[in-house]
Structures are given as structure tokens and as C-alpha cells.
Design a protein around this ligand. Structure first.
Ligand code: ATP
Length: 462
């Protein structure tokens, strides 16, 4: 079973490279660990995921507004938030192959409950009690250094011209939500919002992840889609339960099977958190965190209020009550959603006696919505008319023109990148003004009048 699952991951990785979804960063120089680039179809899929999230979280809600804060922030932000001191994972090193490993993950892999939030001492006690069961995943050795906390913040020399920037480092943001907290008052004062309301943001985050296996599941540079919802403390339970429902439904609406999702409740809450659940997805390497839905209390605004001297108290215009807003957060990675979408969509099947690989992506996520082919490349009358259709349809949908190889081969290629519809202009089209439209999943074909094509496709493509 495990081997089958690993095989399916390998196949998804290979498809992602072969078809231009994901490339290892700086590959011609041997790669750059835990950093990946999105290729031509990958950037389309990632953009579509972000569009769906942005639409659900801002456009369709009158109580959530958007923000795009800069990646660089004052280092004081990361001191006040607790990241400089406490944003760390427990690290151990294999004494044989010198591979660096996350201790909590090693323990989790043998079914022992551990958490990155445990103190160095706590986790080392559990580690010592289980050393005989833990093997290095790379070389199999059982000889490890004691665990130590390793800070994940990535440092930079931005704006530092002294030549020794390690003394006063600035940081690439470790999470996007800090940009939301420090702009809370700006938004409140400018955007005509009243509590309860949310601020949503999509943007890059950086973490010096200790182990970065499993392809784009865990990378050192990644993008987050985060929403912070500001509330009166008495609203916590109701608002929290509501966001849990909304975020679960988001994945069902993206076409994820419900049996591939589950809730995981955090056992070891950080001291300020009131409630913390993750939505886990059934990746080929097991159920793992996709998104966190957390009730953070008023920790964030209190910390920034104290450190900056800003008064974050909210005056309720109806009751006259003053309070520091509490926060419910939803937070998910673009890359993790991307990988989950690929896993969900990947199928190998036998179609009329021929093997095919197909990405059954929902039309809204598919990188290309419609591919347009002339039946033969060397017939200018077919090519010209197919090009006309391509130029007309691409005003409305993301389209691709392809006249390479036989039709069967072109279908296979579009199946592998998840294109829901292929349109072929053939010799009959010259006579009847209609084209063959082939649907990806059923492979069924229909003749559609050229003038009706847009109307025919629009509702199917959502
Ligand atoms: P993990 O336990 O997997 O390290 P986390 O609990 O530290 O994740 P959060 O800080 O809650 O993650 O981040 C929120 C979301 O951001 C995660 O659910 C995940 O989707 C995404 N994310 C976090 N770290 C990474 C990473 N290194 N690479 C890709 N996505 C990430």
C-alpha cells in the first residue's frame, strides 16, 4: 500500500515536470533545496486557486476586505509577535549521514504524539524514551544528536549598509498575517468596516524549514492565503464554528472528495490560542495539514499594541463598550492546495482500449479551458479557420492552439494538463459550419455550430 502511494506521488511529480506545472528552482545549477518554480501551466493553476480563494473570501462577502502588505517589515514586528524568540522547530542531526531532521515529525512517523510547540526539554524526554524505534529516513542509522530548537525566520540585509547585518537583521516574513495585524487600524479607519470584519491577504512567506521533503508540500519560499477575522470575544465560539464550516465547504466546492478531508484538533495549543483545528488532506503520503483554522484570542493585537504603543481598543458604537478585538484566522498555502488539487485530479485509466493519464480538474481550476485544433496541420484552409475560432474564443476563455501530431496525441496531451474541452475543425466543418467538441472526462464528442460555441462552452466552464 505504502509503495503504491509513493508510486502515485512519483507519478504526480513526473507529470508536473513533464507538462510544465512545477520545476525545481535553479535546476541547471543542480537545484536549490526546497524551492520550486511554477511553469506555464503551473502558474495558471496557482492563479486560478488564488482567484477562487479571493472571490470566496472577499468578493462574495461584504464583511471581508483585502490587503497586500509588503514582504519586508520592521524587525520590531517579529520581536513583538514572538517569532524572533519562539518561531522554531525541534532539530536533530543524524550522526552517520549528517542529514538534518525535524524531531516532532520523526516521532509522529512512529505514532508518538509530539508537537513543534513543545519545549526543548519536553521533546527531548519523549525522544530519549523512543530512540530505539527511530531510524534515519535517509541512511537507516539510529544515532542522533539531542534535539535543539531551530528558529525558522529567514534573515536579510535589506537597508543595512554596515557590512555586518547579522547584528541587526531584518526578516523575510515568516507568515503573511503579521502584515494584517499591523494594518488593522489603518483598515478600520479607512475602509468603513465595523466589528465583526475580516482582512484577507495572499502573499509570499519564507521559512528555513529543516526538512523539506514531499515536493511542494513544504517549501522554504511559499505563498499563503490568510484571513484574519476581528470579533468581540463573546462571538468567538459562533464565529469560529462558522468559519470552520465555510472553509470545509470551500474544498467541497473545488471538487475535493469529502472522504479525502478530515479535521485534526491541536492537542498542544500555544498559550494564547483558544481553539485550533486543521483541515487535513489525504495526500499520497498520508493525511497532512492543508489549512489551519485557529481562534487566536487577542494575543496579536495586544502584543503589537504594547510593543508599538498603539491603542488597539475598539469602541463599539452601539454599546459604548471598549475591548481589544479577538481574532479567528484561516490560513492555507497555495502550494499545498495546488498539490492537493493535483492529487485529487490525477487518474490513470483505460479509455476504449488505450491507457491514458487524465487530470480531472474542475473547469474553474484547469490551466487551459479550451484547446482548438485544425484536423491536419498541412491543410491551410483548416488551419486558418481553426485559428479564427482560437482568436475569437480566447477573448473569453484561456485557450490553446495545437496543430502538432495526430488528434489522438493532442487529446492525450490536453488530458494530462486537465483541459476540459477540445474543439476540432475538420473537413466537414468547411461544409456544415460546425466543429467537434470533445469533453475530457467522458471523451464524448458533439458537433456544435461555430456561432454557438461560446454560448455552448460558457455555462460548462463556469
Ligand atoms: P506545518 O505544521 O506543516 O509546518 P504550520 O502549522 O507551521 O505547518 P501555519 O504556520 O499554520 O503552518 O501555516 C498555515 C498554512 O500555510 C499551512 O496550513 C500550510 O498550508 C501553509 N504552509 C506553512 N508552512 C509551509 C511550507 N513550508 N510550505 C508550504 N506551505 C506551508
Amino acid at each position: 500500500m505504502k509503495k503504491e502511494k509513493n508510486d502515485s506521488m512519483d507519478k504526480i511529480i513526473s507529470l508536473a515536470k513533464r507538462r510544465g506545472f512545477v520545476f525545481p528552482s535553479s535546476e541547471i545549477y543542480g537545484g536549490f533545496a526546497a524551492v520550486y518554480d511554477f511553469g506555464p501551466y503551473g502558474v495558471e493553476l496557482a492563479n486560478n486557486i488564488k482567484k477562487e480563494w479571493w472571490k470566496a473570501m472577499t468578493q462574495l462577502r461584504s464583511d471581508v476586505v483585502g490587503l497586500d502588505a509588503a514582504i519586508f517589515m520592521s524587525p520590531k514586528v517579529w520581536e513583538a509577535s514572538g517569532h524572533v524568540k519562539g518561531f522554531s522547530d525541534p532539530l536533530t542531526e543524524c550522526r552517520k549521514c549528517h542529514g538534518r531532521l525535524r524531531l516532532d515529525t520523526l516521532l509522529e512517523d512512529i505514532g508518538v504524539a509530539a508537537d513543534e510547540k513543545m519545549s526543548e526539554e519536553e521533546i527531548n524526554q519523549i525522544f530519549d524514551a523512543n530512540r530505539d524505534k527511530i531510524k534515519c529516513p535517509t541512511c537507516g542509522a539510529q544515532d542522533f544528536t539531542p534535539g535543539r530548537s531551530f528558529n525558522l525566520l529567514v534573515q536579510s540585509n535589506l537597508g543595512n549598509f554596515t557590512g555586518d547585518w547579522t547584528k541587526e537583521p531584518v526578516y523575510l516574513r515568516g507568515e503573511t498575517c503579521q502584515g494584517i495585524y499591523v494594518n488593522y487600524k489603518n483598515v478600520l479607519d479607512s475602509a468603513r468596516v465595523r466589528i465583526p470584519f475580516g482582512i484577507a491577504q495572499i502573499g509570499k512567506a519564507f521559512r528555513n524549514e529543516i526538512t523539506a521533503r514531499q515536493f511542494i508540500f513544504r517549501t522554504r519560499e511559499f505563498e499563503q492565503m490568510e484571513m484574519q477575522y476581528f470579533i468581540h470575544p463573546d462571538q468567538t465560539k459562533e464565529v469560529y464554528e462558522n468559519w470552520k464550516k465555510i472553509r470545509w465547504q470551500f474544498y467541497l466546492d473545488l471538487g475535493f472528495k469529502e472522504e479525502n478531508l478530515k479535521w485534526h484538533q491541536h492537542e498542544n495549543l500555544v498559550f494564547y490560542a483558544k481553539e485550533a483545528y486543521d483541515i487535513e488532506y489525504n495526500f499520497p503520503f498520508g493525511f497532512k495539514e492543508l489549512e489551519g483554522v485557529h481562534a487566536r484570542g487577542n494575543y496579536d493585537l495586544t502584543q503589537h499594541g504594547q510593543a508599538s504603543g498603539t491603542n488597539f481598543e475598539y469602541l463599539d458604537p452601539a454599546t459604548g463598550e471598549k475591548f481589544i478585538p479577538h481574532i479567528v484566522e484561516t490560513s492555507v498555502g497555495v502550494g499545498r492546495t495546488f498539490l492537493a488539487a493535483l492529487c485529487e485530479a490525477y487518474r490513470e485509466e483505460n479509455l476504449n482500449g488505450e491507457e491514458r493519464v487524465v487530470l480531472s480538474l474542475p473547469a474553474r481550476l484547469a490551466p487551459i479551458k479550451v484547446a482548438i485544433f485544425p484536423l491536419l496541420k498541412n491543410k491551410p484552409e483548416l488551419v486558418a479557420r481553426a485559428e479564427e475560432i482560437y482568436h475569437a474564443l480566447r477573448q473569453k476563455f484561456r485557450c490553446e492552439f495545437d496543430d502538432n501530431g495526430n488528434i489522438g496525441k493532442r487529446y492525450r496531451r490536453q488530458d494530462e494538463i486537465g483541459t476540459p474541452y477540445c474543439v476540432t475543425f475538420d473537413f466537414d466543418s468547411l461544409e456544415d459550419g460546425a466543429v467537434t467538441v470533445r469533453e475530457r472526462d467522458s471523451a464524448s464528442q458533439e458537433r456544435v455550430k461555430i456561432e454557438d460555441l461560446e454560448k455552448y462552452l460558457a455555462p460548462k466552464l463556469g
